[in-house]
Write a protein that binds this ligand. Sequence first.
Ligand code: HEC
Length: 163
Amino acid sequence: MKNRWILAAVAVLILTGVGVAHAMMPEPNPDKLWRYITHSSAYDTWGFWGDHEGLQPGGAPHGPYHKVYVNKRGLYSMNAPVQYGTLIVKENYGDAMGKDLKAVTVMYKVKGYNPEAGDWYWVKYSPKGVAEKYGRPQGCINCHASLVDNDYVMVHDFGGEDE
Ligand code: HEC
C-alpha cells in the first residue's frame, strides 16, 4: 500500500516536471526565441546529428560553411516528422575556419503553427540576433519542401520510404 502511494507521488512529480519543461518552451516570437536559444537553453550546449557534426561545407543560399545544432527533442526524434519542441539552429559561416559568422537560421517545430507546411516556425537572424525574416517565409518553406518526407530537414536523413 505504501509503495503505491510512493509510486503515485513519483508519477505526479514526473508529470508536473514534464508540464513545466513544456511550458518553458518559447512562443513563436523572434525575440523570445533568441533569448531562449542564447540564455535559457544555449544552443551551443546542444548536440549534433551523428551524420552532420561540427563545421560542414554547405551551399546556396546559406553560405559556404555551417554548423547545425539540434536540441534534445530533435536528437531523440528517430523518424520524420520530428517531435514538437524540436529546435534546429544553423550557424552560417563565410569562412572555412568557422570564425566569420554571417547569420543564424532556425527551424522550430510548434504544434499548430503552420500545419500545411510541417508546423515549422522559421527565423533568419543576424549574428547579433536581429530577426531579418521570421514566421512562415515562403522562400524558406518552398526550398525546404523538396524534402517534405524528411520533415523539411536537409542535412540529416531520418530514413524514409526508400530504405
Ligand atoms: C534555395 C533553397 C533554400 C532556401 C531558400 C532556404 N534553405 Fe535552409 N537549407 C537549404 C539547404 C540546401 C540546407 C542544407 C545545408 C546547407 O547546404 O547549407 C539547408 C539547411 C537549413 C537548416 C538546417 C536544418 C536542415 O534543414 O538541414 C536550417 C535551420 C535552415 N536551412 C533554415 C532556413 C531558413 C530559416 C530559411 C529562410 C530564411 C531557409 N533555410 C531558406 C536550402 C535552403
